[in-house]
Design a protein around this ligand. Structure first.
Ligand code: HEC
Length: 167
């Protein structure tokens, strides 16, 4: 009986959020891990408010990364061809792929594109898997609530977030 209830609990969790929105790490610990990323990355929302890091622009803004197609952050023009090519295949970031990528970006791109000539513009590698999970949880915690995978609802949601005040 207890087992059945536990299974039900997991099933409910699994349906509660799209797969890419799941983060199993510790976001508070991930905030400290992000110190290693913030030399190059910021987490800043659509209005430019910095939520994490300082204001580094060497790498793309990581706001909204869960569920975002690789190599598509509109304000960043320093992407390498390989990451853009991966995004063009419809590849979208989730916890599992993020954890694999940040361990060794070049190796990840070679494997995913099945191309030994694939190159990464991110040379940094984070060897510790717990740190990778935690920093993903941190990034996810600062990102907007999951939008439908096609992203079509995002502009509508923005509009709905600012209802006209009528008085
Ligand atoms: C020395 C600078 C530097 C550091 C440090 C760095 N990155 Fe990056 N990162 C980059 C660059 C440059 C890119 C673009 C890579 C490309 O185009 O091949 C990138 C890309 C990424 C992407 C893909 C984003 C997208 O829009 O598809 C993720 C995810 C990422 N970095 C996470 C991290 C995390 C997490 C850390 C810290 C653990 C980190 N990076 C540390 C420079 C850096």
């Amino acid at each position: 009986m207890k087992l059945a209830l536990t299974a039900l609990g997991f099933a409910t969790l699994a349906f509660a959020a799209p797969a890419f929105a799941q983060a199993t790490g510790d976001a508070a610990a991930g905030e400290k891990v992000f110190n290693k990323c913030q030399t190059c990355h910021v987490i800043a929302d659509a209005s430019g408010t910095v939520l994490g890091g300082r204001n580094a622009k060497t790498g793309p803004n990581l706001y909204g990364l869960p569920g975002r197609a690789a190599g598509t952050q509109a304000d960043f023009n320093g992407y390498g061809e390989s990451l853009v090519a991966l995004g063009a295949t419809g590849f979208v970031w989730d916890e599992a792929s993020f954890v694999e990528y940040v361990a060794d970006p070049a190796k990840f791109l070679k494997a995913r594109l099945d191309d030994n000539g694939a190159r990464s513009k991110m040379s940094f590698k984070l060897g510790n898997e717990k740190e990778r999970l935690d920093v993903y949880a941190y990034i996810a915690s600062l990102s907007p609530a999951a939008a439908p995978a096609d992203g079509a609802a995002a502009p509508a949601a923005d509009g709905a977030a600012a209802p006209a005040v009528t008085n």
